[in-house]
Ligand binder design. Structure first.
Ligand code: MG
Length: 236
């Protein structure tokens, strides 16, 4: 009985608190579209091809280099910038030139987003150009108020704390009346520490729960579309 009550309490949504939210900050990849679209596998392939062509090495050697940069610098891009002086714009343009036709419009999600009160923003470790490409394929082009991307973050991606301070400054939002929605639990940690409420889009894939134990999760939404639809219905 008590176990059942615990589950019910955990799933309970505090609508009064959600009604006080003025700013919704959304991650892009695997948050606003299902992780099954697997855009990252295409990007990962392009990262290897970029290194292969710039350094004139085999694809296999390029992947070894990529892995080394990723391990030593947190992202492949930071490794390429600091060790090889690669221009980030060239790299980002190349790796984000992928097939977006795998993305589909989620009508229920888009309706819920349009009903949701408050300002909506995109906070991504990718570029704004890429984000706009994704959004145009999922029917959300022009919907978001502003973007904070990897250029705005001076190439220090989430979950680096400095990135969150810059994001809050750029959007000019009060973290105490803001909420962040994201599929990688650990990326919510700095947001929670700065006073933002958090929604974890638990996709069930192994990287989604990275950092979950150390992070204050206020809401869990394995399916963002149905969670937001439910929330907007009950906020009315
Ligand atoms: Mg994501």
């Amino acid at each position: 009985m008590s176990g059942r009550r615990l589950i019910m309490q955990k799933n309970d949504v505090d609508y009064k608190k959600l009604n006080q939210i003025n700013h919704w900050v959304f991650d892009l990849d695997n948050t606003l579209y299902p992780h099954g679209a697997n855009l990252f596998s295409q990007i990962d392939r392009k990262m290897g091809e970029f290194i292969q062509s710039v350094f004139d090495v085999s694809y296999a050697d390029a992947k070894v280099m990529q892995k080394k940069y990723f391990m030593e610098h947190g992202t492949t891009l930071r490794g390429l910038m600091s060790e090889q002086g690669i221009e980030p714009y060239d790299y980002l343009k190349f790796v984000h030139d992928i097939d977006f036709s795998v993305l589909k419009v989620d009508t229920a999600l888009n309706e819920a987003l349009h009903k949701l009160p408050g300002e909506k923003y995109i906070y991504t470790n990718a570029s704004t150009e890429y984000a706009k490409n994704v959004l145009s394929h999922i029917g959300l082009n022009g919907f978001f108020q502003d973007f904070f991307d990897i250029h705005d973050a001076d190439f220090l991606p989430k979950p680096h704390e400095a990135s969150y301070h810059k994001m809050i400054d750029k959007f000019d939002i009060d973290p105490n009346s803001s909420i962040m929605v994201e599929d990688i639990a650990g990326n919510l940690k700095p947001a929670a520490e700065l006073g933002m409420a958090t929604v974890w889009v638990n996709t069930g894939v192994h990287w989604s729960d990275n950092g979950v134990k150390e992070t204050r999760i206020d809401h869990t939404a394995p399916d963002l579309s149905s969670w937001l639809s439910h929330v907007t219905k009950n906020m009315e």
